[in-house]
Design a protein. Sequence first.
Length: 317
Amino acid sequence: MATERIELEVGDRVVKISNPHRVYFSARGETKLDLARYYLSVADGIVNALYHRPCMLHRFPDGVDGEKVHQKRLPHGAPPWIETVRVHFPRYNRDADELCVTHPADVIWAVQMSTVEFHPWNSRREDVEKPDEWRIDLDPMPVARYADVQQVAVIVRELLAELGAVGYPKTSGGKGLHVYVRVVPEHGHPDVRRAAWAFAREVERRADWLVDLTWWRKDRDPGSVFVDYNQNARDHTIASAYSVRGTPLGVVSAPVRWDEIADADPRDFTIATMPARFSGVGDLHASIDDHPYGLDTLLEWADRDERDNAARPADAD
């Protein structure tokens, strides 16, 4: 029996989708085709989030209730218009050609290859060793409430304003929040991570018991929020803005306004609800490139803490 295929026109390109009616999200029965149509509905936002970044793919060939495949190398069978960026992994002395999104059709082709989640680097192909994105990951421990994350987000916003940095928040697709800051690409991954660590320490000081930066998860207060500065280490990736997460509900990592965080429920942002939201509010991260921030102050804080407190960030894992 022949495999069913349909063709989707994506701008000036055509992408063939096989098995379009295979159920990918069991809670409501959304299919592979529904996933592709979702990404088309937020095309400007997802391309902006992934543009020119090496991108790891989280693939679910049998839907999100099945096995997840973490794919760094571009899957075989890519059309000639798909672009890649080569990255080197010193630990293994290997190279990988990763997907480099430049067009909405690249995203839809990745969906055809069973990709649900897109996890880009915080640097671009122009210089993969100089990040242009600082990621603040508010990661709640098992007993922490979303309300605790919301409280820490208030402190993050205040501190960013004091620094003169512009933060762009989004839901993580789980219980956490992410805040992205565009930075001037003049430092390597270790220094961007040190800057993120210095910021996290200041948040910890201001948040009192709400934040615990203890390195080993098993040693942290289970009711605390971890400000995960390690997400800025080389080759560490998190789901992009507008990426669907591999859950039965098809929850989306959704950009939000700061004034929405107090009332927003991350479970409200799904592939079913986000098309109408995007049509109404547009890409809330569209202006992120307009506000690059220099990390000099945060690196001075890192120097100070290392000197005065004999503290330093744990080694990147």
